[in-house]
Design a protein around this ligand. Sequence first.
Ligand SMILES: [Zn+2]
Length: 342
Amino acid sequence: MANSLFRQSFLIDSLYSDSAPLSTEYVTEQGLCLKLHLPGVLEIIPPHMDESTKHVLVSCGIHGKDAGPVEMVNRIVTDVESGFQKIEEHCLFVIANLDAIKQNKQFIDENLERLFDDKPREPSTELVIADNLKVLIKSFWEETPVESRWHLDLHSTLYSSRYSTFVISPKVRHPVRSKALIDFIELAHINAIVLANAPSGSFSWYTADCYSARSATFELGKASRIGESDLNSFAIFDMALRDLISREKSEHLSKKSTIYRVSRTIVRMKEDFDFLFPEDIENFTAFKHGEVFGHDGDKPLMAKNDGESVLFPNRHVEIGEPAAYMLCPVVARYEGDQLVYD
Ligand SMILES: [Zn+2]
């Protein structure tokens, strides 16, 4: 019997999957069953599961430059295989866009992060990935209690941020902003939480909308290439994730995140469109009330509130596409189990 599922590691074997894995299933000495469904898709089944078991989807590498979280996930899997990392919850680890990671490009044909709605689309490399993931997730969460489903979708940002870590909580009809998820975010010392105000085609929006999962998009450090990532910038997230999947009580204290809501989305309407700030402006840069920060045709773009901040600005988007999200800080509270703001 093989003494490992991988020749080198989950990541390297997945990237170069022509060197086929030794086997697609492997049971560790601790009794964990590791099942490789596809290159980049690994399910870990603990020996005992019951109604208290969480079913945790940890995805990364949606974009080819999200290398930091990919390397972190790979280390966790290596530690699980060697017996160093305990696992008590049912986990699905996904490294999504292997070709883009290999080529160190955000995507091959189109942005995978926008393909999780049901709009009809032309075939593309990324559409195949999105469709495969939808099928895998359906069977992973089949007949599991709604409140046991977690999805942490891990990314890195292309540009600098005032916060080195932040999450985006999707807006859906279901109660997915549970205290357990926010507690995890604060245990992971995530600096800021952005509460989305509209549906999107993102991966975490999809799992929240279709499966009522406790889902969020995590932005961890800056985009990099495999082997060059600064994993220290989100080391506490790594610890909190290991504690979550091993059902261990964290030994460190949690830290409050600053909470923002998306106040509006700036959609490019005209050919003549630009921002006054530089391309590499930091995410969460705040403006003064009335401050003009760009124009769309004849219309000036100005801050509507004091402290209104910008997230993911991109002046090069097609007409009709979102060019930036504007954020306002909010004071949030719990209503029952759910994070809300007034
Ligand atoms: Zn990304």
